[in-house]
Design a protein around this ligand. Structure first.
Ligand SMILES: [Zn+2]
Length: 295
């Protein structure tokens, strides 16, 4: 993919500065995405950005596009280990109530939330995936999150798992996330932490630089945006918000022979590394943030 080089003249959605510096062209998978860095807060963004409607085709969701999301329908049995473990952790804070998953894909995670006792709703940009989730009986708004007609002060839990980096206009997105949650409601965000050593050491070759990823956050600038958007009591889970055992059980879904069980060692090491810091930065760049709407 080739992008024409441009200058970026926008207000930073995190800190309000207009101090974008061209950082580099990404090299992961030869996408050559121009990456800009806010010199004031460290937020990164790709510019120019493709249109969302051009990115999320049927091929994307069935794992057949050039840059792709794996087909969750094939691995749902194994993904459920992680989804159920995550719901269990969410239930330490919100045991039941209205649950929204933004970017719900085929509805696998919604299904686990429903089984645990939540009333569930999804938002999904792809008509292909949304239709399948609807056929399973879920209420799904098809389209972009900012266009979805969602009730205000309504949801107890809103989750965006590897979704926030895909959304343009972050200021509007965070304001809407705040509006639709009940006071005290829980927002769950999973995205890469660009302050972690994994992202820093990989530099332009970091695998998170994908055409559909518009903004690249860090723990500190995400917390800053959340503070400004009416959230408080942030909890950071370095790595993920569930145990290694759930991750290991999930990974079996991608193994085609018992030889592949050696990957459990690699997954275990990564999980263990994610809990440690060097010079104040976490060793890996995986993170999950829980945040609560100010009451
Ligand atoms: Zn900034």
């Amino acid at each position: 993919m080739d992008f024409p080089r441009q200058t970026l003249n926008e207000i930073c959605p995190c800190c309000g500065a207009n101090l974008w510096k061209f950082l580099y062209n990404s090299t992961f998978n030869h996408y050559n995405i121009p990456i800009f860095l806010c010199a004031s807060c460290g937020l990164q963004t790709q510019y120019p950005r493709p249109k969302a409607s051009e990115l999320y085709t049927e091929e994307y969701y069935s794992g057949n596009a050039d840059f792709s999301y794996r087909d969750e329908r094939k691995t749902e049995k194994f993904d459920r280990y992680v989804w159920n473990a995550r719901i269990k952790n969410i239930q330490k804070f919100k045991y039941t109530g209205q649950f929204l998953d933004v970017g719900c894909s085929f509805g696998g995670f919604l299904n686990c939330a429903k089984e645990a006792g939540f009333d569930v709703t999804g938002v999904e940009i792809s008509p292909f995936s949304a239709k399948i989730a609807e056929a399973r009986g879920f209420k799904v708004f098809t389209g972009e999150f900012l266009d979805a007609d969602l009730p205000e002060n309504f949801f107890d839990v809103v989750t965006l798992v590897e979704v926030i980096e895909h959304l343009s206009e972050p200021s509007l997105v965070f304001a809407k996330l705040n509006r639709i949650l009940k006071p005290g409601g829980l927002l769950l965000l999973q995205t890469a932490n660009f302050e972690g050593w994994q992202a820093i050491e990989a530099g332009p070759s970091y695998h998170y630089y994908l055409p559909g990823h518009f903004y690249y956050y860090s723990e500190s600038n995400l917390k800053k945006i959340l503070d400004q958007s009416g959230f408080k009591d942030h909890i950071t889970y370095p790595g993920v918000d569930f145990s290694l055992s759930a991750k290991l059980l999930k990974s079996r879904g991608s193994f085609s022979s018992w030889f592949e069980y050696w990957k459990w060692i690699r997954i275990g090491i990564y999980h263990w590394k994610s809990k440690f810091k060097k010079n104040g930065r976490p060793l890996t760049s995986s993170m999950v943030l829980y945040s609560f709407k100010v009451e």
